[in-house]
Design a protein. Structure first.
Length: 251
């Protein structure tokens, strides 16, 4: 407290001495220019704020118009240290920087599907058949096939496959040893797995001999639950035989 009072007295003494100095021997008072008045105000504000404990931010700068700073020969604050003032045109990036050249760094547009379609193979290749061809001959939607009846609200998709032996020798075929599985994609609307049956003409469990130059009719059965599918317009299958899965496109 005593230290604070001592500083206040010292400040008052300095101001009084200054006042006496300005009231000289009959001389007219000195008229301050505007820029000199601003300097005094700035300095006085600094001294007061420095000793004001209730003002934690301390010294506050008193703004001086740019024109007056230039008149005093001071460099504008925006251009100090040799850095040019940033304009709106400098801050904005060009809307179009495409010069027509492609250096390979720009990302190319990808197909909507995100990846290329898997190459398709024949059904014979997918099943790994030798000496016999598995040929797709058609598909139909029905409410039942023999003793096989679909679940409520569903229909059966019957896919017909002809086993053809174009060689001169009979070929014995045991599909149970291959244990194939089928998953159909119908009209790009519904995907469904094949039914496993004990029908004698079920391709997945067919067992018999295809005579030389002869053929055997087989089927693959699926259940369809989507009511939008009234006919088969697009049809493909995923065929898994052993440890290999292949894509077969029929329509």
């Amino acid at each position: 407290m005593k230290k604070s009072m001592r500083r206040k007295c010292l400040l008052c003494g300095v101001l009084l001495a200054g006042a006496l100095a300005l009231t000289g021997c009959g001389e007219e008072p000195y008229e301050l220019e505007d820029n000199e008045r601003d300097i005094i105000v700035n300095y006085a504000a600094h001294i007061i704020a420095k000793h004001n404990r209730k003002q934690p931010e301390g010294y506050q700068y008193v703004y001086v118009p740019e024109e007056e700073e230039d008149a005093r020969g001071e460099e504008p604050e925006d251009t100090k240290d040799g850095e040019p003032e940033e304009t709106d045109s400098d801050a904005q990036e060009p809307e179009n920087t495409d010069s027509g050249a492609d250096d390979g760094s720009e990302e190319k547009e990808q197909p909507e599907d995100g990846e290329e379609a898997e190459p398709s193979v024949t059904l014979s290749e997918a099943l790994g058949l030798s000496g016999v061809k598995a040929v797709y001959t058609g598909a139909e939607l029905t409410d039942d096939y023999g003793a096989v009846v679909p679940e409520d609200g569903k229909r059966l998709l019957v896919l017909h496959v002809m086993l053809q032996n174009e060689g001169k020798k009979d070929v014995a075929l045991d599909m149970v040893s291959i244990l194939p599985s089928f998953r159909a994609n119908v009209n790009n609307i519904e995907e469904t797995n094949a039914e496993i049956t004990i029908l004698p003409d079920d391709l997945g469990t067919w067992e018999g001999t295809v005579p030389a130059g002869g053929s055997a009719e087989t089927v693959i059965l699926f259940q369809i639950g989507n009511s939008q599918i009234t006919s088969v317009e697009q049809l493909e299958m995923k065929v898994t035989a052993g440890d290999r899965t292949s894509r077969v496109v029929f329509l």
